[in-house]
Design a protein around this ligand. Structure first.
Ligand code: PEP
Ligand code: MN
Length: 279
């Protein structure tokens, strides 16, 4: 059977795609850690966080400058000033950065500062945006829509690929469930399922999946255990004062231990080959 997402499908592309982004490789033998705050807030916050991500062996720094908030009265992000602070912090520690782009008109400015363009859950089906990032010279991290089927998600990836951008990374962040105690419903089986369907790298965002900091580490471990190519985790120097998603922010001070746990899980499931690569 021929999949409707011909470019994203594994049928004609049996080998895994490795996405290279300014020195980071997503989809290779080693899972990557992407971490940073939900929102870029100020220089000190970004530099402190960037140093913690670097010291923890992180590969990519995240931080939102244009924020898709549920309420119009919530903090909307610092915009271009936030992009500048994110890029400055990434450069200070030598890490590439990923940040969200919300509309086609922002692609140029976000591309000027970011190594990877993030398309958020609320925009997964925004075909104008998908086409615009498909024409950009930057890798695209495409989050799953909060009520999207796997096929809808892969067809969204297809929009980007069809415009000529081959560097697409899928990011599972959970879907709407019926359980109010968890922000979303994270099904780890999605990762091995995607392996059968697509050659694109798959990462997991446990932070938006669970919505509370005490469950981020176990959910991240589960993602690595099922073979995810990486995890994206929200961290903050002082979660109590975080402007957005405070409840799910892991303190920067806890990131080194969390990263070590993830490496242990990766070694356990990838066996001696990963062990040799890590040493
Ligand atoms: C985010 O990563 O900052 C974000 C808004 O996530 P999502 O689009 O998955 O809700
Ligand atoms: Mn967030």
């Amino acid at each position: 059977m021929t999949a409707p997402y011909t470019l994203a499908s594994r049928e004609d592309h049996p080998a895994n795609t490795i996405v290279h982004a300014s020195g980071a490789a997503i989809g290779g033998p080693e899972p990557v850690l992407i971490a940073g705050p939900c929102s870029v807030e100020d220089r000190e916050q970004m530099l402190t966080t960037a140093r913690a991500v670097r010291a923890s062996g992180g590969a990519i720094l995240r931080g939102g400058a244009f924020k898709p908030r549920t309420s119009p009265y919530g903090f909307q992000g610092l915009g271009e000033a936030g992009l500048e602070l994110l890029a400055e912090a990434g450069a200070a520690v030598g890490l590439p950065v990923v940040t969200e782009v919300m509309e086609p008109a922002q692609v140029e400015i976000v591309s000027a500062y970011a190594d990877i363009l993030q398309v958020g859950s609320r925009n997964m089906a925004n075909t104008a945006l998908l086409k615009a990032v498909g024409r950009a010279d930057r890798p695209v991290m495409l989050k799953r829509g909060m009520a999207a089927t796997i096929e809808e998600w892969l067809l969204a990836a297809e929009y980007v690929l069809a415009e000529g951008n081959p560097r697409v990374i899928l990011c599972e962040r959970g879907v709407r469930g019926f359980e109010p105690r968890l922000r979303n419903l994270l099904d780890p089986a999605v990762v091995p399922l995607l392996r059968t369907l697509t050659h694109l790298p798959v990462i997991v965002d446990p932070s938006h999946a669970v919505g509370r900091r005490d469950l981020v580490a176990p959910a991240a471990c589960a993602a690595i255990a099922v073979g995810a190519d990486g995890v994206m985790i929200e961290v903050h120097p002082n979660p109590a004062v975080a402007l957005t998603d405070a409840a799910q922010a892991v303190p920067c001070a806890e990131l080194p231990a969390l990263a070590a746990r993830l490496r242990a899980v990766a070694r356990a499931i990838r066996g001696e080959e990963a062990e040799a690569l890590a040493s």
